[in-house]
Write a protein that binds this ligand. Structure first.
Ligand code: NAD
Length: 308
């Protein structure tokens, strides 16, 4: 196993990855991500899970994206992880090396709001092998009511979670069509099915990514499949970081955010782990999901389809 990263790009990530002071010293097993456990990785039998084939994973520096990069590498694929967080990408490669995964993890720093960076990601993936899989995972959150919601934050969330997946799909499709086809998995959310207040940009983006998924399926002619993944709250920094804001917005405590807001409507009183979600991408990319095309893998513990 050898991990490589692109030293040519260094982008500051401060605006994306600060942990709010209110939660800095709080450790809570209900929301703290567990270590990636290679024993828990799904291993479908699939000839396309081969080092010749490349899986691009966005948001690979943290949370679900990192777990997805590691799980796909554990399945013998060559992974090209990208993220705006250079240090986080290094940590992903270090973890892959430590685990001695079958496939190699390469990384490229990229700000997905920049079209040129997106193109560079796909070019690097094509250098590494046949561009066969794309997992659009990168994302961020902003909490504010509509009448106070900063428009530039609305645009940023949309650019990262809808525009970049569109640009990546656009650039990957010719590669996938020119070889044995491919598959694009998009990280949506329960917020792509129903919404909560004060998350307008996130809600709109997640509804949008489901539309993009179905559009790719419509044009993929069966050779290129697409699917989305919708989960409730997953133990990642994105969730940890929104707890203080949610508590403030609703005028409730941190504990009440976890118990009532995050787990309140779920019948399964345990948050998913990043690897639980990564395994959905592994399954969705595999031949066992060949009839999954345009569909949404809703794994939300019963959150959106039950009531009372
Ligand atoms: P995370 O914060 O751990 O990881 C998100 C990654 O995206 C970070 O590494 C960040 O640097 C990267 N990113 C943000 N802006 C970027 C940009 N401009 N260019 C490149 N990279 C950028 O969050 P996570 O919880 O792992 O979230 C991953 C995805 O899963 C997001 O799309 C999120 O909406 C979705 N999701 C998360 C949950 C959850 O509960 N954690 C639930 C449903 C859906």
């Amino acid at each position: 196993m050898n991990g490589r990263r692109d030293p040519a790009v260094h982008i500051s990530t401060r605006q994306f990855s600060t942990v709010p002071a209110a939660y800095e010293n709080v450790t809570d097993d209900r929301v703290t991500p567990p270590d990636f456990d290679p024993e828990e990785v799904l291993h479908p039998d699939d000839d396309r899970f081969d080092p010749e084939n490349v899986a691009i994973v966005t948001g690979a520096a943290s949370g679900i994206g990192r777990a997805t990069a590691l799980a796909l590498a554990a399945n013998d694929l060559t992974v090209l992880g990208c993220d705006v967080d250079d240090d986080g990408l290094d940590a992903t490669v270090a973890r892959a090396d430590e685990l001695g995964l079958a496939g190699r993890v390469e990384t490229v720093a990229a700000n997905l709001t920049e079209s040129a960076h997106v193109d560079r990601v796909v070019a690097r993936a094509a250098d590494a092998g046949a561009v066969t899989f794309l997992a659009n995972v990168a994302g961020l959150q902003h909490i504010d009511p509509i009448d106070e919601f900063p428009t530039e934050r609305f645009d940023l969330l949309h650019d990262v979670m809808v525009r970049a997946p569109f640009l990546l799909a656009k650039a990957c499709l010719p590669h996938m069509r020119a070889s044995d086809g491919g598959c694009i998995g998009n990280m949506a959310s329960v917020h792509g099915r129903y919404v909560t207040a004060d998350k307008v940009a996130y809600n709109v983006s997640k509804f949008g990514i489901r539309g993009l998924t179905q559009s790719i399926a419509a044009e993929g002619e069966g050779a290129v499949r697409a699917f989305s993944v919708s989960t409730g709250y997953v133990k990642t920094p994105l969730v940890t970081e929104q707890i203080p804001d949610t508590a403030e917005q609703r005028g409730i405590s941190v504990d009440e955010v976890v118990e009532d807001v995050m787990l309140g409507q779920s019948r399964t009183k345990e948050m998913m782990t990043p690897l639980d979600v990564a395994n959905l991408f592994v399954f969705g990319f595999s031949k066992h999901a060949r009839h999954l095309n345009g569909g949404d893998l809703l794994f939300d513990g019963g959150m959106t389809l039950t009531y009372g």
